[in-house]
Design a protein around this ligand. Sequence first.
Ligand SMILES: C[S@@+](CC[C@H](N)C(=O)[O-])C[C@H]1O[C@@H](n2cnc3c(N)ncnc32)[C@H](O)[C@@H]1O
Ligand SMILES: [Zn+2]
Length: 594
Amino acid sequence: MTTDMNDYKIIKEGEAEILMHAKNEVFYNKAQVNNRDMSIAVLRTFISKRKEEHDAMLSKRIKGAHKVSENNSSESVMEEEVPQETPPEDPKSNGECKVEEEISPEEAEPFSTMEGSVKTTEECNTTEEQINLTEVKARKELKPPRVLEALSASGLRALRYAREVEGIGQVVALDNDTASVEACRRNIKFNGSVAVSKVESHLADARVYMLTHPKEFDMVDLDPYGSPSVFLDSAVQSVVDGGMLMCTATDMAVLCGGNGEVCYSKYGSYPLRGKYCHEMALRILLASIESHANRYKRYIVPVLSVQMDFYVRVFVRIYSSAGAMKNTPLKLSYVYQCTGCDSFHLQPIGRSISKNTSVRYLPGYGPVVPQACTDCGKKFNMGGPIWSAPIHDQEWIASMLADVKSMKASYPAYDRISAVLTTVSEELPDVPLFLSLHNLCATLKCTSPSAIMFRSAVINAGYRITGTHVNPLGLKSDAPMDVIWDIMRCWVKTHPVKAQAEDLPGSVILAKEPVLQANFTRAVASLSKAQAKKVARFLPNPERYWGPKLRAGRTITSKHVSILGEAAVNGVLNQEDNEESKSKKPKTEDGITS
Ligand SMILES: C[S@@+](CC[C@H](N)C(=O)[O-])C[C@H]1O[C@@H](n2cnc3c(N)ncnc32)[C@H](O)[C@@H]1O
Ligand SMILES: [Zn+2]
C-alpha cells in the first residue's frame, strides 16, 4: 500500500495521531474527544480496581488455604498425635492447593488469567511456603485486560487506549467497512511500535465477531452511528465475568421521546418527554442492556452513566449469576408522568421479602398512582421500564476524579470531563430522574424562588436535594411530590400569582392549603461542595458545530434531524436545507422539536 502523504492531514488527539484522507471517507468526529477521554479515565480506573479485586480474591483464597491448613494440622494432631510428613510436591500442581470450597462460582474466575491458572490437587498440604508460591503465581497471572473496540472507524480510539493506558493488553479494532479497516491499519503503522504490538484490526461484522468470541474481552466498547441496539445482544456475551461494557447511543431524539414507538422497538421501553428525558435515556439504555444480559444469566452493575454533548454513554460491569439475576425486577420501574403538572411517580416492577436468610421475589404492588393526579387532577402517561437502581458507583467516581486530576495534562478534554465527574459525584445516587424548578413555576405561573431558597426549603423539611449532571437546572430530591407542591404553595403565598382559569393544573394545585409550612431560611447544604468552592460543573461547547456526525461520506440533511434531534445537529444543515429547517418549529430546551 503506497501512501502519498500530500493526500492526508494528520490529526492528533492525546498521544495518538491519525491520517485523515482529503476525501474524508472514514468517520472521525473531533467532538467525541470528551467521549474518548472519559473512556480512557474509566479504563485506567478499571485496571486498578481489577487489580485490587484480584488481590482481594487471592487473599481470600490464601485465608481459605490457611484455614484448611489449620484444620488439617489440628485434625492430624488430634487423630494421630504425631508430626505429619509433608508429601512431595506434585510437579503438575504448580504448588497450588485445592481451596475452592471458599470460593463461590462467580468468584472462581472473574478475570481472564493465564491458561491453566489455579489448577488444584486433591491432597496438597498448604504450607506457608506453598501459599506464598500460589500468591506469587496468581499475581503474575492477572493478564493485562483485552479490549474490543467493536466499531472502530479510523482506529483513533483503539490507538489512544493502546498508547495512553498503562497496563492495557491487546486492543482488537473491528469495522465492517473496508475503507475504515484500511485507514485503521495505516494508522496503526503510523503510530509506531507500541501501536503495532498492541492493536490489531479486522474487517468483520462486530455482531458476528462478538458472538463467536464469548466471554473473551475484559472491555468491549460500542460507539455506533446512532443506536447501539443491534449490537447489545452479542456485546453482553463477549465480555468476561467482571468485565466491562462501554456503550454510546447518539439517537437522542428516539431515546428522549421524539418517537416513542421507535424507542420501544429498539430498547423495549417507552420514553417520556419530561425535562428529565436525558436521564431517562440513560436509564432506558441501562434497562435494555440488563435485559440482553439476563438472557444469558448475566446482569449489569453500572459504574458511570453520563449524558454529554449529543449522546449518552454508559459504563457497566457484567457478571454471571442466575441467583443475582432474580434481583433485576427490583431494579426496574415504570414511570407515571402527569400530563398536567410536573409530578412523576415510579412503579417498581418487582419487590422482595426477606425472612431470616431466605428471600422471596414477588411482583410489585400497583398502581402507585390513582387514575387522576392527586396534585392537579389530570391523567398520567406511563413510560419505561427504566433502570431505577443507581446509575453510578460513587466509589469509582471518586477514584476516577482523583486519577483524572492527577493526570490533568494527559486529558485533552480535562475541563469537560472533570466538570462532568464533579457533578456526577454530587448526584443523589438513589433518586431516579429529577424536577425542574422552572417547570414547577411554569405550572403555577409564578416567579421562581432562587435554587438556593428552594433547596433550603427542601432540606429544612427534612429531605435531601442535589443537582444532576444532565441539566444545570435539574434538581434531584427524595421529597415526595406533595411536599414539593407545599413548598411552592408557601412560596406563592408571599409571591402571589394573577387569577387563572380554575381548571388549570396550577389553579388546582394552589386551591389546596399547604400542610407543610415551608422554611426558606438558607440551609448550609443548599450549595453543593463544588458550587461552594466555585468548581466548574457545566461548560459551554468549545466551538460551533459541536455535534454528531453522520456516516462517513454523508452530509447532514434536514431528514436527519428527526433521527438525531435538532439541537444535536447544531445547525450543520446543508445550505439547500436551511430554508426548510427555518420553517420548522423551534426546538425546546431539551433539544426536541416541539
Ligand atoms: C461512529 S463510528 C465509530 C467511531 C470511533 N469509535 C471513534 O471513536 O472515532 C461507527 C463505525 O462503525 C462501523 N460499523 C457499522 N456497523 C458495523 C458492524 N455491523 N460491524 C462492524 N463495524 C460496523 C462503521 O463503518 C463506522 O466506521
Ligand atoms: Zn398533576
